[in-house]
Design a protein around this ligand. Structure first.
Ligand SMILES: [Zn+2]
Ligand SMILES: [Zn+2]
Length: 352
């Protein structure tokens, strides 16, 4: 009997929905069904499929039950086939070359803060995308709306990641990290000793985004001078209307103008301290704007191309950042996540 793996099919559907920026509840239906099916003995699953009682399982609905039944019958689920035929166009030229050069992602979230999935699911998706590493960068304590991690929870997360790494395939590693808030005075929202322990530190402004330019400039420059900070996350904080798909509630009216600051001074600080500017690939951010990115390229900055993924399928958003990097002429060797992992870690250790 040539039955397919229903768990793999359900997970693939969830991945494609996330990648298309579809509503969270829709993705959840497939991830919950996958978890339910994975926990069920194979014979019980087959019996239920035969009896038509799959939808009686908690976590499985009519749509997901149909997918499971089709998988078990050895057919590609209709839902999956339709998703695959409407996939986006492929990358070309310089953008494709950049994408192929990327070895990992330096900005991602799990359900320890405001992400939707456990760390292991994020890691498995990264493995499937061919990454050599994924930097886990959950939020810092003051960002309570995003369930930022106080020091004790971050310590527990570090122990957890160490255990997960032991079980993950050879040639892949979860790197430890944080997306630390750059506070009003330019200091970083986590204990120094912990920041020093982490592999990679992304620093981002999430509060008082409308600070006046001189204040915001001081704040960013001070953070960049902090030896713990490696990468400046989504530098302007802008929100743009995501093209295609998207949560209904996240689309209309959810835009935000970029913060104002002295771009030359901020870029100068990046170059002086050897810090990287993140090219944030999220369709609702695409930060920094191309105009600023071009200035940073000319000034000799380092960069990262990151997804800021909050779900496994979003890890494939690197393509959007690669397109922008290619358009703005970002040289491959100045993108730190094209470097071998050892070189990346030497670089982050070199200023902290
Ligand atoms: Zn952020
Ligand atoms: Zn983030």
């Amino acid at each position: 009997m040539s039955s397919r793996d229903p768990v793999a099919d359900l997970r693939r559907i969830a991945f494609l929905l996330e990648r298309a920026n579809e509503a969270t509840y829709r993705v959840k239906a497939f991830r919950s069904a996958a978890a339910t099916v994975a926990a069920l003995p194979a014979d019980e699953l087959a019996e239920r499929a035969a009896a038509g009682t799959l939808a009686k399982l908690s976590g499985v609905g009519d749509v997901t039950a149909r997918c499971i039944a089709e998988s078990l019958a050895g057919e590609e689920p209709v839902y999956l086939r339709r998703l695959q035929t409407t996939e986006g166009t492929d990358l070309q030229g310089a953008a494709l070359k950049m994408r192929e050069a990327l070895r990992g992602d330096c900005h991602s979230h799990s359900d320890w803060s405001d992400g939707g999935s456990p760390i292991e699911e994020m890691a498995l998706a990264a493995v499937e995308l061919g990454h050599e590493y994924l930097v886990l960068t959950d939020h810092s304590p003051r960002l309570t709306v995003a369930r930022g991690l106080p020091p004790a929870r971050l310590r527990r997360q570090l122990d957890h990641v160490a255990k997960l790494n032991d079980a993950l395939p050879e040639g892949f590693r979860i790197l430890t990290g944080i997306e630390v808030d750059i506070l009003d005075d330019g200091s970083l929202d986590q204990e120094d000793a912990l920041l020093a322990r982490l592999d990679v530190v992304v620093g981002s402004v999430h509060s008082k985004l409308r600070d006046e330019s001189p204040r915001m400039t001081r704040r960013m420059v001070k953070a960049l001078a902090n030896p713990h900070l490696d990468i400046l996350g989504h530098m302007t904080g802008r929100k743009v209307a995501a093209a295609g798909g998207g949560d209904k509630g996240h689309r209309a009216g959810h835009t935000r103008p970029p913060s104002t600051f002295d771009l030359d001074k901020v870029i100068e600080a990046c170059v002086e301290h050897g810090k990287a500017i993140e090219i944030n690939s999220r369709p609702d951010r695409l930060d920094p704007p191309k105009r600023m990115l071009t200035v940073a390229v000319e000034a000799g900055c380092l960069f990262t191309i990151d997804t800021d993924a909050h779900a496994p399928g979003q890890l494939d958003w690197l393509r959007f950042g690669c397109e922008r990097a290619a358009l703005c002429g970002v040289p491959e060797d100045r993108v730190v996540n094209t470097w071998e992992m050892e070189r990346l870690l030497e670089w982050t250790a070199s200023h902290a």
